[in-house]
Design a protein around this ligand. Structure first.
Ligand code: PMP
Length: 377
């Protein structure tokens, strides 16, 4: 193993998975994988297409039909047009981000992350030879990105900032003003914005704006079919970026995965063509659950949270219990058999929180909260 993997402490998610595996009858609210199955119309179409011969490698950057479907989707939904050579079909958003960081980062380049953050960002920055620079966000600000802190963190070594809105784990959706502010800073300091937009379908209280609207020449957009269409297992996402970046990503990927799975790309074409109704259905399921979680939290005296604006997560403040997030989450698992993620897994700004994924039906979520309510006994 290289130095990093010899020394890296156990991943918290893995520790919890191990503990959960030995705990009977748990309610699992940990992983952000929609419990609902991919809409059957998508499955049937992909199955038919496979039977009709879509079982081969596709063009390395994605099948032309999928690229067109992605272009059309952005025009329809956001009045944003991209050239076909600005779009790359990836094996999930995470694969797209990995490739992007590999082609952008030189050793020692700095990449700014806002804390709490989706933990793979930090690992991917390090794997690319970069240095993660962490800036906090705060519950008092609705976990909105603070532009002053962002500007202070920018140095001549800053290559990029990774933003995520709607946010995992906090449920924040950055305002238009914040996005414009990020765009201005990125343009002024010539910094790339890697914008993770995989939760675009999950907006309950605020409008979502794609970052590319504000800084097209500096933005790399990462999208995914995983959440919007409950397609985590199909492993399909995309990157939209200036042409020279997509070209480099494509060159690298020809030596890595070569192309995203053809059958998944066929599924993706169908999904995007029917995106309006399919995404509305997904959103409806999660909105009801998120509302219920917000209500349940308000009836438990030792918990609090700001209303979730978007995503499929609730980020719940547990500071009144006096326990740190790891201790709370372990106790909840061992005593009540409810599995959540301790906020510290998302960086130090997450320390007083737990993250609950709304990936169980309403009746199971209610049962989980009845158990959580017993935690202060
Ligand atoms: N970004 C964020 C913020 C996520 O929460 C996730 C999944 N948990 C991903 C990316 C991964 O997306 P994909 O399945 O498309 O790789």
């Amino acid at each position: 193993l290289n130095h990093y993997y010899q020394e890296t402490p156990d991943n918290l998610f893995m520790q919890f998975a191990d503990l959960a595996a030995t705990t009977p009858n748990i309610i699992d609210l940990s992983i952000g994988d929609p419990d609902i199955t991919t809409p059957s119309a998508i499955i049937e179409q992909a199955f038919q297409d496979a039977k009709n011969g879509h079982t081969h490698y596709t063009a390395a950057n994605g099948s032309p039909e999928l690229i067109t479907a992605i272009q059309d989707y952005y025009v329809r939904n956001y009045h944003l047009s991209f050239e076909a050579n600005q779009v790359f079909a990836s094996v999930g958003a995470l694969h797209g981000m990995y490739l992007a960081l590999q082609v952008l980062i030189n050793p020692g380049d700095e990449v700014i992350l806002h804390d709490p953050y989706f933990s793979p960002y930090k690992e991917q920055v390090i794997a690319a030879g970069g240095i993660p620079i962490i800036i906090p966000t705060f519950e008092e600000d609705g976990f909105e990105l603070n532009l002053t802190l962002l500007e202070q963190a920018i140095t001549p070594q800053t290559k990029a900032i990774i933003i995520n809105t709607p946010n995992n784990p906090t449920g924040a959706i950055f305002s238009k003003e914040t996005l414009k502010g990020i765009a201005t800073l990125a343009q002024k300091h010539n910094v790339y914005i890697l914008s993770d937009e995989v939760y675009e379908a999950f907006c309950y209280r605020e409008t979502f704006y794609p970052m590319a609207q504000f800084a097209p020449d500096h933005t790399l957009t990462f999208g995914s079919f995983s959440k919007s269409f409950a397609m985590t297992g199909w492993r399909l996402g995309y990157v939209i970026a200036p042409e020279y970046i997509i070209e480099a990503i494509g060159l690298l990927n020809e030596n890595v995965a070569y192309s995203a799975p053809s059958i998944s790309q066929q599924a993706g074409i169908y999904a995007l063509t029917h995106a309006t109704s399919l995404m509305a259905e997904t959103k409806k399921v999660f909105e009801e659950r998120i509302q219920l979680i917000n209500q349940e939290v308000s009836r438990i005296p030792f918990l609090s949270m700001i209303p979730t604006k978007g995503s499929m997560y609730a980020f719940i403040n547990i500071s009144q219990t006096g326990l740190d997030s790891l201790t709370f989450a372990k106790k909840l698992l061992v005593e009540q058999h409810v599995l959540v993620i301790p906020g510290i897994a998302f960086g130090s700004a997450g320390e007083n929180y737990i993250r609950i994924a709304a990936t169980q039906p309403v009746n199971v979520l209610k049962k989980a909260f009845d158990k959580i309510a017993l935690m202060n006994d």
